[in-house]
Design a protein around this ligand. Structure first.
Ligand code: SF4
Ligand code: ZN
Length: 306
């Protein structure tokens, strides 16, 4: 028997177990767009006078976020530009960069590509060859954040949007508790980082309340050109364990991922009060970027690799 949409007579395309709701394609897309707008408003992610950078990798999360933010920014007359990072991953990144560029062209969004080789002198392929401790993703993450922050600031952008979804957020929260590293969570959240520092471009996460599965469905319904592949170096074993656990638990107890995220949000201020120090961040003596120590993580890691 065909199930009909909870909001109209159309046939349902998506079931949202946590809300016990069936939605047709149109009403599902509207519901997701509304929820993203609400998140953006609630955390004042985009305001008049902002200029927004969107980190676009070419995957479903970042491309969906680009479509959603283009709409929101246009309605607020806020400028938007897309930034992609070429880490130098042969056989993988060329394809995703092409997709990012195609989507930007389609939407009429300016697109800038930043390169690992140019900004740090090393590619992820080269890091992977040197790296014996299987920490490629750690290097990659630190270098990418450094490159994006510097580029966004130099371009005069006031915020940088990253495509983290609810699954990413719930995994991060749980991983930090399981590792007994709550201090790392003190700066985590819908918008985050060293807010208000002239060298730091605030990060915003407009998809933080949207489950990964729904972002994927949205990108398919909207017929977006995206890439579903995986980076060959993606082997974060611990995160994978947590992902599987959360997915299993979500299936048995719908709404689990929301509850993990909401629990974190309700203790977030307390964590901030306990672990955020009043120390003023300084400039790295090697590169001049923002750092909590004399030498920033990017420069420290570059030395390690040499
Ligand atoms: Fe970089 Fe790891 Fe992501 Fe690949 S999976 S792009 S190496 S962080
Ligand atoms: Zn540095």
């Amino acid at each position: 028997m065909e199930v009909s949409c909870s909001k109209c007579n159309g046939s349902a395309a998506v079931y949202l177990p946590y809300g016990d709701e069936n939605l047709c394609k149109k009403h599902f897309a509207e519901s997701l767009e509304k929820r993203v707008r609400r998140t953006v408003r609630e955390f004042r992610m985009i305001e008049k006078g902002d200029s927004i950078g969107v980190a676009v990798s070419g995957g479903k999360d970042s491309v969906s976020m680009l479509y959603l933010l283009k709409d929101i920014c246009d309605s607020m007359r806020v400028p938007l530009v897309a930034l992609s990072v070429d880490e130098g991953i042969k056989g993988y990144r060329e394809g995703t960069l092409k997709i990012a560029a195609e989507n930007c062209r389609k939407l009429g969004v300016e697109h800038k590509i930043l390169s690992f080789k140019k900004e740090t002198g090393i590619t992820v392929d080269e890091i992977a060859k040197k790296d014996e401790r299987m920490r490629t993703c750690s290097y990659c993450g630190v270098f990418r954040r450094w490159i994006l922050n510097k580029a966004a600031r130099e371009m005069g952008l006031s915020k940088l949007a990253v495509g983290h979804n609810l699954d990413d957020a719930a995994q991060t929260v749980l991983m930090n508790f399981l590792r007994n590293e709550p201090f790392r969570l003190a700066r985590f959240g819908p918008s985050g980082g060293v807010i208000g520092h002239e060298l730091f471009v605030d990060r915003i996460k407009p998809l933080i309340r949207i489950p990964e599965r729904e972002v994927a469905v949205y990108s398919i319904i909207k017929k977006m050109n995206i890439r579903f592949g995986r980076c060959p170096y993606a082997h974060e074993a611990f995160r994978n364990e947590v992902r599987v656990f959360l997915n299993d638990t979500e299936e048995k107890f719908p709404g689990t991922k929301f509850r993990v995220f909401n629990s974190f949000m309700s203790v977030r201020d307390a964590l901030g009060g306990k672990f955020n120090t009043d120390e003023t961040p300084m400039r790295c003596k090697e590169c001049g970027e923002l750092s909590s120590k004399e030498v920033c993580m990017r420069c420290h890691m570059l030395k390690e690799l040499r």
